[in-house]
Design a protein around this ligand. Structure first.
Ligand code: SF4
Ligand code: SF4
Length: 179
């Protein structure tokens, strides 16, 4: 049985490091949006975006929280920007055991950017007044997985209606055509 094609909206946040001034409004609004209850507090340590700062070199790099990693990876990244060395893994997006970034401070549970689910525009983008963060949307075709339960209940109702033998013959015929 063929999967159906569906349209999916893909959001991309573009980061322009040259425009970031390190104000940390993005961290504030992200942590406030995800507080429970919403907007009851703000704490950058709970934010899903962190701004890696080097004020003396005037460099600020916003980094979004990505996937959870159960174990440290075996490779390391080390960046030098404008002559300043950054710590290993400084710009990594993973919530990983080797560092404290992107972990909920009380529980230690991993944090991941959810694009402010339910909001029309990501709030960090909205609050970044200098346009260091901008959001783009595009439509993509995706194949929708057909659920096994849906197939089973569909087959059961066909068996009720047409009888087991007829359904089996039809499935055998279709599988020959698909193959
Ligand atoms: S709100 Fe914009 S300018 Fe301020 S720290 Fe975040 S990305 Fe940088
Ligand atoms: S898009 Fe939303 S969840 Fe993701 S970092 Fe920005 S404010 Fe936080």
């Amino acid at each position: 049985m063929k999967a159906e094609n569906k349209k999916k909206i893909i959001k991309t946040i573009k980061i322009n490091v040259d425009k970031c001034n390190g104000c940390r409004a993005c961290e504030m609004i992200c942590s406030a949006f995800h507080a429970a209850p919403k907007y009851s507090s703000n704490n950058p340590a709970r934010s899903r975006i962190r701004v890696i700062r080097e004020p003396l070199s005037d460099i600020y790099v916003p980094v979004y929280a990505g996937e959870y990693a159960a174990a440290e990876c075996a490779g390391r990244d080390k960046y030098t920007i404008d002559g300043k060395d950054y710590e290993e893994c400084a710009f990594c997006r993973a919530s990983c055991p080797s560092r404290s970034e992107f972990k909920e401070p009380d529980s230690g549970l991993p944090l991941k950017c959810d694009m402010c689910e339910g909001e029309e525009e990501p709030l960090c983008v909205k609050w970044c007044t200098v346009d260091a963060l901008t959001c783009e949307e595009r439509e993509e075709d995706v194949e929708e997985e057909v659920k096994v339960e849906d197939i089973e209940s569909g087959l059961a109702s066909m068996v009720d209606k047409f009888g087991l033998q007829k359904v089996m013959d039809t499935v055998a015929r279709l599988s020959k055509i698909d193959g």
